[in-house]
Ligand binder design. Structure first.
Ligand code: AP5
Length: 214
């Protein structure tokens, strides 16, 4: 199975990507997580990406493309993949399509998680992530047992620099300008599956699975 996960910031892509990649046994590639990992290790790529991410802007296509295509062209992705947060521009979508064609592969579907903008802002400003293992928490809906401490590994919970309300609103603008048109791109190819992202995590996973069966 080769899947693309679309949707605005905070729609639950990362949450669902982990669940679905595990269920279908495919490689999970999250561009945001990859950039954050590089940023934590303070690599050249991490420093380049952080400057864009902290402002809520997209990382330039050439940086993203070389990183993602190297991953999914690797033998490890032969069993399929789930792309979370990629593609995000028309240029990235076309480059992905061309590479898959070259490799004789096709996408199975593009899942679009739909969520109202004000719910997005609430979810993201309430998000804290473990600085050690990356697990996300919602401090209002699913807080950790001990305030500020990760229930999985004991790491410190922090707020992502781009989860401040002003940056969240900027990311939503960038999404509308650069990424929203990909819904049409995949609809024209008969690959789009729309999923209502409002509901519990389990409900959203069930909807995604049903869309992939149907
Ligand atoms: P990225 O990390 O991909 O951020 P994003 O797309 O803005 O998405 P988020 O991680 O904020 O949210 P999500 O949809 O994954 O939701 P989540 O499951 O965490 O990208 C960050 C930056 O990297 C970009 O701004 C850009 O600069 C750069 N970048 C990345 N890819 C790029 C690309 N291809 N090209 C160029 N630049 C790129 O959930 C959010 C919160 O809600 C969590 O707290 C979670 O616990 C909670 N939650 C999840 N599901 C539910 C539910 N059903 N009910 C209640 N709460 C829920």
């Amino acid at each position: 199975m080769r899947l693309v996960l679309l949707g605005p910031p905070g729609a639950g892509k990362g949450t669902q990507a982990h669940r679905l990649a595990e269920k279908y046994g495919v490689l999970l590639v999250s561009t945001g997580d990859l950039f954050r990992e590089h940023s934590r290790r303070d690599t050249h790529l991490g420093r380049q990406a952080r400057a864009y991410m902290d402002r809520g802007e997209l990382v330039p296509d050439e940086i993203v493309l070389s990183m993602v295509l190297a991953r999914i062209g690797a033998p490890g992705a032969a069993g399929g993949f789930m792309l979370d947060g990629f593609p995000r521009t028309l240029n990235q979508a076309e480059a992905l399509e061309e590479s898959l064609e070259e490799w004789g592969l096709e996408l199975t579907a593009a899942l679009d998680l739909e969520l109202d903008e004000e719910i997005v802002v609430k979810r993201l400003t309430a998000r804290r992530v473990c600085s050690s293992c990356g697990r996300p928490y919602n401090v209002e809906l699913s807080p950790p047992a001990e305030t500020g401490v990760c229930g999985s590994c004991g790491g410190e919970l922090v707020q992502r620099e781009d989860d401040r309300e002003d940056v969240v609103r900027r990311r939503l603008e960038v999404y509308e300008r650069e990424t929203a048109s990909l819904v049409e791109f995949y609809e024209q190819r008969g690959l789009l599956r729309r999923i209502d992202g409002d509901g519990t995590e389990d409900e959203v996973t069930e909807r995604a699975e049903a869309a992939l069966r149907g």
